[in-house]
Design a binder for this molecule. Structure first.
Ligand code: PSV
Ligand code: MN
Ligand code: MN
Length: 388
């Protein structure tokens, strides 16, 4: 049985941005395992990311991380991406790998260091103007390790002032997206630990400032779909960083640890109007592939998101609402579970073929010989920003 035409059409609206850093080698503090053919520069990362889109048509853009993806000529990088059938997407800033930022960046007490961190973000916006990117994504490592180490309120106030200066430079068609994270690298408090803090900070800036929800950045057992609902309700869910976690910020393949949670999250995005061409919520991946091949890892990831999106689109909304009005708890829950338990893999294969895509993108990519080709051509690939 093929998808109903309305569902088939809605699936076409799916776009999942890939992180450039997923294509570099990464690892843990214990070891970084290299992969043959790892990209040596941003141009090669984009070429690899374009492979994912080529076989799935799900990932039309690539996020960059500055300075990891710094180049002399961004117009050239943009052209290179377009030649490979993808666009340059979100620009991620980085104020966590410089000695100056040991005690913070945008929230730092020292004017000089705050200035340096603000200037880095202004530079990122200049880059966005050249790459045609809409979003500046800010994730801050700022925080403290010990009670009493610093005045938490003062840090919040300084961060607000810094963000205001950055926001003032954000263009009419651009957005500032502030990501939160419960802990790490700071272990006593983070300056943006949760959605409420991120919301309070972006709400104080204006309409073009929103929240980024990274699925790996919560305490265990947090009801993430509730946060999704609330941020959409408030018009502030700018983007997702999708990944899976079992323990901390694991950055594993999205949908690997808990596909049901991914289904519930996407279900709330659809209900809240964040999905597809009418929605303002960007789907992105934020993952690292420590032991698996990177391109296949990304292919698996976007297919997982597509699969849970298809299942969430299948929810019988009318029947669900009727059951809710009746107060029929088990019926309502059953309707949702019916959609979740539907095996959509055959229908998705058919959907792809009808659009000139391979029914099995992973098999088609593996058969293409691309991995062997890059392994031969590229020597000395780079480490992503993460790892040892
Ligand atoms: C650090 O936790 C992090 O994984 C954040 O999720 C950012 O999005 C990402 O790094 C890239 O800066
Ligand atoms: Mn993230
Ligand atoms: Mn993270």
């Amino acid at each position: 049985m093929a998808f109903a035409p309305d569902i088939a059409a809605r699936l076409e609206e799916q776009a999942i941005e890939l992180p450039s850093w997923a294509f570099g080698n990464s690892g843990t503090r214990f070891k970084v395992f290299g992969t043959p053919g790892t990209p040596r520069d941003p141009f090669e990362k984009i070429a690899d990311a374009a492979q994912v889109n080529k076989y799935t048509a799900l990932s039309p853009s690539v996020a960059l991380h500055i300075p990891w993806d710094k180049v002399d000529d961004y117009a050239e990088l943009r052209k290179h991406a377009e030649d490979h059938g993808v666009a340059l997407g979100t620009i991620n800033s980085n104020t966590f790998q410089d000695d100056d930022y040991k005690l913070g960046s945008l929230a730092h007490r020292d004017d000089r260091i705050r200035r340096k961190a603000i200037d880095h973000h202004l530079e990122c916006i200049d880059i966005m103007d050249e790459t045609g990117s809409r979003d500046l994504k800010i994730w801050l490592a700022d925080g403290t390790n010990y009670a009493g180490q610093d005045d938490m309120r003062g840090r919040q106030d300084r961060m607000h002032e810094s963000l205001q200066e950055i926001y003032a430079r954000i263009g009419e068609n651009q957005r500032l997206v502030l990501e939160y994270k419960i802990f790490e690298p700071a272990f006593y408090h983070m300056d943006v630990p949760d959605w409420g803090t991120s919301y309070a900070q972006v709400a104080a800036l204006g309409d073009r400032a929103t929240v980024c929800l990274d699925t790996g950045h919560h305490a265990p057992s947090t009801n993430i779909e509730f946060i999704v609902m609330q941020l959409l309700r408030l018009g502030k869910l700018g983007s997702f960083d999708f990944n899976s976690r079992n323990y901390a910020d694991d950055d594993l393949i999205v949908g690997a640890a808990d596909p049901f949670q991914l289904f519930r999250i996407i279900n709330e995005v659809i209900i809240g109007g964040g999905y597809g061409k009418d929605g303002d919520t960007a789907f992105m991946l934020d993952q690292c592939h420590n032991i698996e091949d990177k391109i296949p890892g990304q292919i698996r990831s976007v297919l997982n998101v597509q699969e849970m999106t298809a299942r969430a689109l299948l929810v019988d909304r009318e029947a669900l609402e009727a059951a809710q009005i009746e107060g029929d708890v088990l019926k309502a829950n059953g309707i949702l579970m019916d959609a979740f338990y539907t095996d959509v893999r055959g229908d998705l294969a058919e959907w792809r073929e009808s659009r000139g895509l391979p029914a099995d993108p992973m098999a088609a990519f593996l058969a293409s010989g691309y991995l062997a080709k890059i392994a031969e051509e590229r020597v000395g690939g780079v480490q992503a920003g993460w790892g040892a």
